[in-house]
Design a protein around this ligand. Sequence first.
Ligand code: TTP
Ligand code: MN
Ligand code: MN
Ligand code: MN
Length: 372
Amino acid sequence: KPEAGPQDNPWSTVSQYACQRRTTLYNRNKILTDALEVLAENYEFIESKGPCLGFKRAASVLKSLPVPIRSINGIEGLPCLGPETMAVIQDILECGSSSKVEEVLTDERYQTLKIFTSVFGVGPKTAEKWFRQGLRSLEQIVSDSSIHLNRMQRAGFQYYEDISKPVSKAEAEALGQIIEEVANCVNPDITITLTGGFRRGKEFGHDVDFLLSVPGPGKEDGLLPAVIDQFRSQGILLYSDFQESTFDLSKLPSRRFEAMDHFQKCFLIIKLKTEQVVGQQAEQRCGREWRAVRVDLVAPPAERYAFALLGWSGSTQFERDLRRFARLERNMLLDNHALFDKTTRQSILNFYVSGRTSQAVVTHPWGRNTEY
Ligand code: TTP
Ligand code: MN
Ligand code: MN
Ligand code: MN
């Protein structure tokens, strides 16, 4: 008879890395993870990175569980759950709520920063500044003539109602069609791939993310400006923030593997005509011919497609842990541009440049067959 040991704990195989955990879209511990995410957000607002990450990580672990946690003993053996997290979970399981979380939820500062940061273009810093000036509502911000809003924030306020409404999968697909058509006018070789939350199978998102790629070196040059021009001439461009590529292959691997990538990209607000959305209910259309939707486009060089796709698929926690896993468990560096093996000092998946595909996880350089 085998001795009792860690193998008897059902959670002994749960990895500390999100990229090593199978997580379905159905979260059985939503009550707990919502609470932990409130705490994470509150720490984000006071720019306390460590605790913020700690709570996010704990929430991510709970999201991967195939069963709801019903007692504090039920979390024994799970990674990434610190004493503070344990206390919150215990309170909720025993009393139905956590006083620590309730305190945050009723805190004026938290409530105000939550509202302010819900505006496109407003981050914790700006929100904090407005809060310290005594401002408490969006109405106060727009009516205060002494407040200077940048172009992004003006668009954020202008389309606030529409872009705070979740985007449905049907709307994302309709946008995909529109972008496909527009992009094909610019270059018929183009492939567009839905990334972000929708690529992970989510039913709703806060925006729609697409990756545009054209085979061949340098063929992506000028791609997004041309696409944006097309949107504009069709009268469906409401806002655009274009960022030129600062990607330099010769500088790979970069000294610091970064959170932000250097690819050509744009953050847009697009007018989506309701009639273009398949299956949209007649009553939902009532009185509205269109809605504004946030769209992100990225156009990496063709040979960087795999990394860009991996990096833009999210979730943020998955990406963070994928990089951490590469670094700590494989002695490699991963970012949106490359995977670098620190042991051999070589880039892996550098398939276009070196013509090597043997180690490729991605079987086709332009996508479609991606496995990871
Ligand atoms: P988001 O669109 O912010 O998040 P999401 O699609 O997972 O969720 P939602 O449904 O709320 O939209 O970002 C998608 C991924 O893109 C995310 O993993 C971060 C990544 N990303 C980059 O890698 N570089 C960038 O410059 C940006 C803006 C995002
Ligand atoms: Mn998204
Ligand atoms: Mn976001
Ligand atoms: Mn996005």
